[in-house]
Design a protein around this ligand. Structure first.
Ligand code: 13P
Length: 258
């Protein structure tokens, strides 16, 4: 982290977990655990159906509510989908775009990711853009090239003045839900390379200010070490965000780091 230049953001991605009643229990548990410190922003990406209630449950806290996906068109015949304007009107501040599970199971590509980034920005939602290599790609030694490609396509056409609303999340696919976290050094190296790509696409000031998260089996035990890397500005946390106590520990780790 480097708080002089950029925001630290800890985000929980609940994926397809938690009913409304479970969300209510979590909110009651988390609220007293949130430290008063203002060092890091906290985001919860809840299932879409629970967004309006989650916004209400976390009103007047530091927790912003986010969507896990958004459609790239602003309206039309897209059964089962939600537009950015619909989400924004319900109080959504951020949306995950291009999570590897959506790429794997729902056919999302770098090009649809780019369209979704534009749709979110247009509606006033801040994109959390996920990128990450497979184990095969890592073993072949093409990780940095592949990530650079993903970042470039995702950001195509995004003007410099919109970059302060973008968060990038480096999520190596082999680390998601496997308990096999990237080492702090591996994660730090890729996050640094993402910042270099952004410097080349925009300039040094934009690169210095952009928040880059790490995601993939991040938990209360390994968060502090990952967040100590200068180019890791937060986390996108799956499994460990489902228990209020664990999530709060990660938030506190982010608050304690300097
Ligand atoms: P896990 O923390 O469960 O590995 O999930 C990471 C993730 O995919 C967050 O978006």
């Amino acid at each position: 982290m480097n708080r002089r230049y950029r925001k630290t953001v800890i985000a929980g991605n609940w994926k397809m977990n938690k009913t409304l009643s479970e969300t209510q229990v979590f909110a009651e548990e988390l609220r007293p655990l949130l430290s008063r410190s203002k060092w890091c922003d906290v985001v919860l990406c809840v299932p879409a159906i629970n967004i309006p209630n989650a916004v209400r449950l976390f009103k007047n806290t530091r927790v912003a509510i986010a969507a896990q996906n958004v459609h790239f068109e602003d309206h039309g015949a897209f059964t089962g989908e939600l537009s950015a304007a619909m989400l924004r009107e319900q109080g959504v501040k951020y949306a995950i775009i291009g999570h590897s599970e959506r790429r794997q199971y729902y056919g999302e590509t770098d090009f649809t990711v780019n369209r979704k980034v534009h749709a979110a920005l247009q509606a006033g939602i801040n994109p959390i853009i996920c990128v990450g290599e497979s184990l095969e790609q890592r073993e072949l030694g093409v990780t940095l090239e592949y990530i650079a490609y993903q970042v470039k396509v995702a950001l195509a056409g995004v003007p410099m003045e919109k970059m302060r609303r973008i968060i990038l999340a480096y999520e190596p696919i082999w680390a998601i839900g496997t308990g096999q976290t990237a080492t702090a050094q591996q994660a730090g190296e890729v996050c640094q390379s993402i910042r270099t790509v952004i410097r080349k696409l925009y300039d040094a000031r934009v690169a210095r200010a952009v928040t880059i998260q790490y995601g993939g089996s991040m938990n209360a035990q390994n968060a502090a070490e990952l967040l100590a890397q200068p180019d890791i500005d937060g986390g996108l946390i799956g499994g460990a965000s489902l228990k209020a106590a664990d999530f709060a520990e990660i938030i506190n780790a982010a608050n304690q780091e300097t």
